[in-house]
Structures are given as C-alpha cells and as structure tokens.
Design a protein around this ligand. Sequence first.
Ligand SMILES: [Zn+2]
Length: 444
Amino acid sequence: MSESAVLHLQRAIQCKTISYKDRSLMDFSEFEKFIENIRSDYPTIFTSGQIERFVGYSLLIKLPGKTDLPPIGLMGHFDVVPVREENWIEPPFSGIIRDGYVYGRGTLDMKGHVISMLEAVEALLSEGFEFERDVYLMLGHNEETGSILPDSGAVAIRDHLKQQGVFFSMVVDEGGALIDGKSLGIDGTVALIGVGEKGYLDIELSATQSGGHASMPPKKSAMAQVFEAATKLERDKFPANFNDATNAMFDALIPFMKQPLKLLFSYKDFFKPILLKVMTDKPDTAAVLRTTCVATMASGSFAPNVLAQKATVVCNVRIIPGESIESVRNRVQNMVGSEIEVKLHNGTEPTDISPSDIREFEIIQETTQEHYPHFKAIAPYLMVAATDSRVYHGMSKGVYRISPFEISKEDMKTVHADNERVLIENFLKGIEFFKSFIRKASQS
Ligand SMILES: [Zn+2]
C-alpha cells in the first residue's frame, strides 16, 4: 500500500489547484483533475459513499454507518496558496521525491493530510470494516481564501448539513501543532490539539481633510492623524488574560511540568500578574492571551507634493474568545477619538471552545499517544489562525484541529513558503494514525 499511497500523493500535488480571491484566476480544470484522480485512486470510497458537490468543486462524501449515532466529520481542503517558483529546488507542482521527501505545494497544507485520510478510509472499507456511525468527508476547494467569501465551499456544505439536521459527535480538521515543552518546564515534545479559533477583523481607520498643496501644510495632516491613531492601537494593547482554551491547556500540562513552573501554573490565578507578564513578552504566547491589532496597509494622496484628502490605515485584528467584533469596535473608536472614522471589514467572531473533557477528545489523545508514544504530553490549545472548521462550532459536540503527522520545526516553515515538503516516512505514519483514529471514532 505504501508505494501506491505515495504515488497518489504525488498525483494530488501535480494538480495546480491554486486558490485566488479573484475567482477568474482559478483554473478549475485542475480542480476537476484532482477530483478525477481521487475518484480513480479510491474506488471503494466513491462506490460506497454518497457523493455531492457544492459550489462546483467542494465535495461531501457520506459513508453510511450501521446506527443513527451522531456522525463524525473529517474535513480537509485541496486548494493551495500560490507559489514563487524561483527558490524551489524542485518544481512546486512536480511531487518529485528527493532525500526521502515528497516536494510540492500542498504536501503539508494540506493535500498530504487529505490523501492520508483517504488512504485510511479506503483501506478500512476494503478490509470490510463497518462504521457504526455515519462518516462524512468534507473536502473544500477554496479554504485558502477564507470562509468569509460568499462562495465558500465549506459554508455551502455546512448549510446543507445543517438543513438536514446533522449534529456531529466530532469534526476534525487540520491545525494541530507540536511545540518544544521546554518553555513550559516540560522535557520533550508537546502535541497541541486546536479546540477553538480567534476571531478575525480588518479595521479601516480614515481621516479626511480638504487637501491642497503640500507646501502649506495644516498643523496635522490627515496622514499623520491616522498614523497616530494606528500607533496608539499598537502601543496600548488589548488586555491580556487567561481564557477557557489556555486554562484547559495549562490544566492538561501541569502534571508534566517541572518546578518552579509547576507551582506557578498550579496557582495560576495567584501568580497571574507574573505569568501574564512573561507570556505577553513573546509574540506567540501573547497571541493566545489577548486580542492583537496590527497596522498592515496605508494609503494617502496620489502624489508626493499633494496633501491627502483622505488618509487610511488598515489594521488586522485577531479577536480572543470572550471578546467580540462589537467590543473591539467600541474600544477602537474610544481610543482613536471621533476625528477618525472607523470602518469594519471581513469580520468573524471568535469560536466557542470545544470541550477537552469528553470521550471525543480522549479518542484523539489516545490515538496520538499510541502512534507517537515519545510525545511527552497532549493538550488542547487556541489556534490563532483560521481554518474552515470554524463553521462547525455549534453543530458538533467538539471541533478539533489535529495533525496526523510529526512535522519538524524546519519542515513546518515550508508551509505557505518555498520548498514545501513532507517526509514520506511521516506521511505513511499519518495513514496509520488515521486508520486507528477513524476506527475508534466511528465505533464508540
Ligand atoms: Zn490549510
């Protein structure tokens, strides 16, 4: 099986399924080719499943189980982000094997994950394994441009399932992480399972003036006004605090910590000022404790010697659970004052936090432990990036983001970057992981 699995992955990588916000740039024949490939590579899935297509290319495959227990949902997406070819050591859509790796855009994000999942399901079905619960495979074709756009495949599938009254026992998507436990006083690797996601919001700050020649400037230009406002927002940061996801993470990790961190986290409410101070010093830990706001775009006049009539700065905001688009807007407007106009774009609220004390979460934990016994601890965490799985919060007992693979820090850096690659050995282990996971999750 392993040779054919690698071949199937290579074939998947060879489809240039690149997502663009401007849909007219998307080459849908490549998406069709991907679907045709998996149809011929996974004949048992496609003959025993009920297949439906949404928004043209997103696939919903229902594999019926024997009972009417709540189903499980396995999510994935087969679109990828664009490439800059210059720095690749192998062509990005070749799927070439080099030094034990398959190279190509999507090997990690996330065709490798999707293919390992399909391999596992196909193998289970071919072995005559019968699911007790319905198993849904939800494969999106435009995840990389976000579930905010009106033609999101994930949203269309979700709406359809909602209409059918489907309520999942669990939904699983990409997004787990591996971290070195050292900074938490843990000797070894910690595997993190995403139980929720921050919200997303773009905020446009603008100031308007009459404009005119730059040789006779006003006391403060419109540009300076919006820069000041944006600077204020970056300087006076949103308050940091523990939330349900970080609390659940610490609770899971405390037993594995060494002193003195074990003591500090065991009494984390008492030691909160120190812990928050240390954790907000670093961008990665700060991001799970507070709403972040950073200026990303600016525009002014059309010429160097002309005053801007309208100056704008766009800030990108990631909202922590417990806060909301509304509470962010109020705080921002209060801080920048009435001179600055505040406009909101592309908002999604933070998700709720899926429980980590239920059997569904335990199944993920157990399977991870079984296949990766050298991991020191497995804990829930808050994802700061967005995935399509956010749309299933409220439609499932739990929504979890996992990685079936053990990916090194070095390889992780190739996601959305040059020379994306997956170690074949890890990819094959991912198939075994999914086989155990799906077997368990579809039974109990
Ligand atoms: Zn992805």
